[in-house]
Every structure is written in C-alpha cells, then in structure tokens.
Design a protein around this ligand. Structure first.
Ligand code: SAM
Length: 296
C-alpha cells in the first residue's frame, strides 16, 4: 500500500475511533484510567511498581523522600503510588482527582502491593501498612472535585513533591493546573509528571500513534468529552511551568515512534503539528523545581 493510501486509511479509521471514544465517554463516563482491569490484581501491582520506578528514576539523585509531603494529581483507579511513597519514608501522601476512581479501593490491595515492594526500610514499610489501613488517615488522603481546584482539593496543605502519570494530557487547561499546583508547592518542591502524548485508543495507537494529530482542531473538538487528550506538546508543558517561574524545567522523552512506523506517523498531520521536529516523541516526563531551597 502506498503511503498516501495508508494515510487516508488511518485518517478515516481514526475518525471512527474518535467517535467511539466520544460515545464511550457519553455512555459510561470516565471509567478506564489505564489498560489494566481493576480486577486484575497482579496486573495492577506490576503497573504501579513500573510507574513508581519511573517516578523515582526522574527524581533528582539528591532528593530524599524521608519526611516529605507528596501530592499526586489524578491517580486514577489506585492510590498505590502513595503506599510506595510512604514505604520510602515520605511523611504523607495526598491524592486529588476530578473523577472518583480510587474512592472504593480495598486496603487489602495495599498489603499485597507492599508484600511485593522491597524498597524503603522495614520500619517505613510497617508504618505504611498501618497508615494505609487506617480509615481517614491524614497521612494518606484523597480528595475529588469536579472543578479540579487544586488548592481547594489540597485543603490548605503544601508539598515537597508533586507527581502525576498520564494525567496532564487530559487537563482542560494546563496553564490553570500548573498555576494551581504552584500555589501548593513549597519552595524547592520537585515536580515529576509523566505525560502520554500519543493516541490513547487501543489498537489504533499501535498502528498510528500520532493519529489524534491528523485532524484540524475544529474536527477534533467535535468529538470532545471530559478527559479527551488535549494534544499539547512538550514545548507547551515547558512553557506552562516556566510561566509560573518553575526552574530547571525539562521534558525528557521516554519512547519514540518505532522506526517501522515513522513515515506514516509523520505524514499527513494537521497544522500546527505537521513538520514539528518532536512529533516522534510518544511520551516522557516533565521535571521542574520550584524556586527556593529546602530547609529540611
Ligand atoms: C489515563 S488516567 C491516569 C490515571 C493514573 N495516573 C494511571 O497512571 O493509571 C487519567 C487521569 O486524569 C484524570 N482526569 C481526566 N480528565 C481530567 C480533567 N479534565 N481534569 C483533571 N483530571 C482529569 C482522571 O480522573 C484520571 O485519574
């Protein structure tokens, strides 16, 4: 098949997937935050250990979690990252979201997760078991609000570390989200946000990872639903953090388009994505430091 024909095929198929995502959101709301089913306990544990490992890799080597207060934005179906932060000696973990996807999580899952986690000291892992099995513990908390008012959902707390995974690409206004998290960041706070830039719908993301970038804004937005990927690119995220005076702002790519899919992935993209040098980047992490020094 010629490149032009394949491009046409992907553009038509992609419209079908945009329609499918829109109808699923209308019928079921925001229900599947990641590819692992909530009933697949082993899969959830493997997913969380992998994500937590990535978050740790992006932490500055000198950053010690001990005694720190951590905020996770949009944890999806599980607060498992919080369990692992506590096991690493963090003082507290607070999670906030716009959809209540983790509200009914069974604390038994935290026990199973801790059984598989070798990091941290025995004393910290023991404390994590106690804190995460105590209903309403302030050191392991969760707040949900449909307006995603970050300072409001933080309830007056401030943080030394703010993280997220596969969340920022869903935000309606990234500048507002960064302004909100800046208000709850202590001086010297580290930010680590893993961002998935590619097409989210299964199947087509494997065939044509840049599919969502094929459509002009007006067409893409016809299929708009809460949580639809916002199609921002690394430079947009960097600009949003710099606008709030964060320092050392970087976007480190993790995965790029498979060489076998490069031609089709870069052909036929809509403005302003066509011809952009970074369109082979599929995901990565935004890291930044809030100005000021830790006093701890
Ligand atoms: C793809 S899920 C990722 C969840 C989790 N971090 C993970 O890795 O499984 C996206 C997350 O963003 C949240 N989200 C979706 N749309 C949002 C919006 N417009 N504002 C704030 N959060 C949103 C969802 O509730 C969910 O927690």
């Amino acid at each position: 098949m010629t490149l032009a024909l394949r491009q046409f095929e992907m553009t038509v198929l992609g419209l079908g997937f945009l329609g499918l995502a829109w109808s699923k959101a209308k019928l079921r709301g925001y229900a599947t935050p990641n590819a692992v089913s909530k009933s697949d306990v082993e899969g959830q544990i493997a997913y969380l250990l992998d994500i937590f490992g990535s978050l740790r890799r992006f932490m500055p080597p000198e950053f010690d979690l001990r005694g720190r207060d951590v905020l996770e934005l949009s944890p999806g179906a599980s607060r498992g990252n919080g369990v692992l932060f506590l096991a690493m000696g963090a003082r507290s973990y607070h999670a906030i979201d716009v959809f209540n996807l983790a509200g009914d999580e069974d604390p038994v899952f935290y026990e199973l997760l801790l059984d598989r986690f070798a990091g941290g000291t025995e004393a910290d892992r023991a404390r994590a078991r106690v804190v995460t099995s105590t209903p309403g513990a302030r050191e392991f908390s969760y707040a949900v609000g449909p307006d995603f008012d970050i300072p409001g959902l933080a309830g007056g707390r401030t943080f030394d570390l703010i993280v997220s995974c596969a969340a920022f690409e869903h935000y309606d206004s990234v500048p507002d989200a960064v302004a909100g998290l800046t208000q709850v960041a202590r001086p010297g706070c580290e930010a680590i946000h893993i961002i998935d830039l590619q097409t989210h719908s299964r199947w087509i993301r494997e065939q044509d990872p840049n599919n969502i970038y094929r459509y002009p804004e007006a067409i893409y937005r016809l299929f708009r639903f809460p949580g639809q990927p916002n199609r921002l690119r690394p430079a947009d995220y960097i600009a949003a953090f710099k606008a709030q005076a964060w320092g050392d702002v970087r976007f480190v790519p993790s995965r790029t388009v498979d060489p076998a899919l490069r031609d089709i992935s870069l052909a036929g993209l809509a403005a302003p994505f066509a011809g952009q040098g970074d369109m082979i980047v599929l995901d990565g992490a935004l890291t930044a430091r809030h100005p000021g020094w830790f006093d701890g």
